[in-house]
Design a protein around this ligand. Sequence first.
Ligand SMILES: [Zn+2]
Ligand SMILES: [Zn+2]
Length: 216
Amino acid sequence: MRLLIDAGPDMRQQVLRAGIGEISAVLITHTHADHIFGIDDLRSFNFTSRAAVPLYATRESMAEIQRFFHYIFVPDADYLGSKPPKLLLHEFCPEEPFQVAGFEVTPLPVVHGHMQVMGFRFGDLAYITDCSSIPDKTVELLRGVKTLVLDGLREREHPTHFNHAQALREIDRIAPEKAYLTHVTHDVLYSETNARLQQRSQGRVELAYDGLVLET
Ligand SMILES: [Zn+2]
Ligand SMILES: [Zn+2]
């Protein structure tokens, strides 16, 4: 069983690099281009599984996906002679746990600039990308989490993402055993920044990196 969170523009290269041939479902955090513009490439999974790919999103995200990728959702879709991806849309509600492919998933509403977007909790692991503030109610939903992956864009502040100092404050509030910062921008120097973060957090916080594998 394997869940994919978001399908960004480089999703195809990511799954090829990781040797992933099949997925059970896709969960969508929000519909910014860097999180959904690989949806057309989900078509390859139709070939390997010979079935539609289940895609889970909030009502708002689903409407946006249907608008951006309208050609996928017309009946008997035929896009210039070629078939678009087959997706099976499932709506979920913020804060309401649901089952998918043997996983219990809790959608975690967080603030991303002026938007509400979703993080996800799977048992004692939580993944929250693209976030500038976490409501108290969502902190409650994160109680007892052991591993947290959290947005930490860069050192400088940003209007729609946590910088490293803000992410460290949130990590203290949520108190996981271990945290990884993700959605890190290109001007962050990996080794220096990672060493600084580990020092400031007594080894509890590190930068994530492409291909990172977490054992939980
Ligand atoms: Zn975003
Ligand atoms: Zn993003």
